[in-house]
Write a protein that binds this ligand. Structure first.
Ligand code: SF4
Length: 75
């Protein structure tokens, strides 16, 4: 069983499109018009990496806690 944990961040590049909160409301919410993670550390879930890949501002980053590797967005 995986014990991986992911760290989720939203940067100041967020333009408040709301896409992430719409697609993954359990992981992102809008506060004063900008997104923030509901939890900064989560169990791996592809919904979150998909949201990071689809963010129009590339404002969401998902990092594997153990390795420090950036999982999304991918180039
Ligand atoms: S998808 Fe990106 S730009 Fe849109 S609200 Fe989420 S973090 Fe901000």
């Amino acid at each position: 069983m995986s014990t991986d944990r992911w760290h989720v961040e939203v940067s100041h590049d967020c333009i408040g499109s709301g896409m992430c909160a719409g697609a993954a409301p359990e992981f992102f919410r809008l506060v004063d018009g900008y997104a923030e993670p509901v939890h900064t550390e989560i169990d791996p879930d592809e919904v979150v990496t998909d949201a990071a890949d689809q963010c129009p501002a590339e404002a969401i980053s998902v990092v594997d806690v153990a390795s420090g590797k950036t999982l999304a967005p991918v180039d």
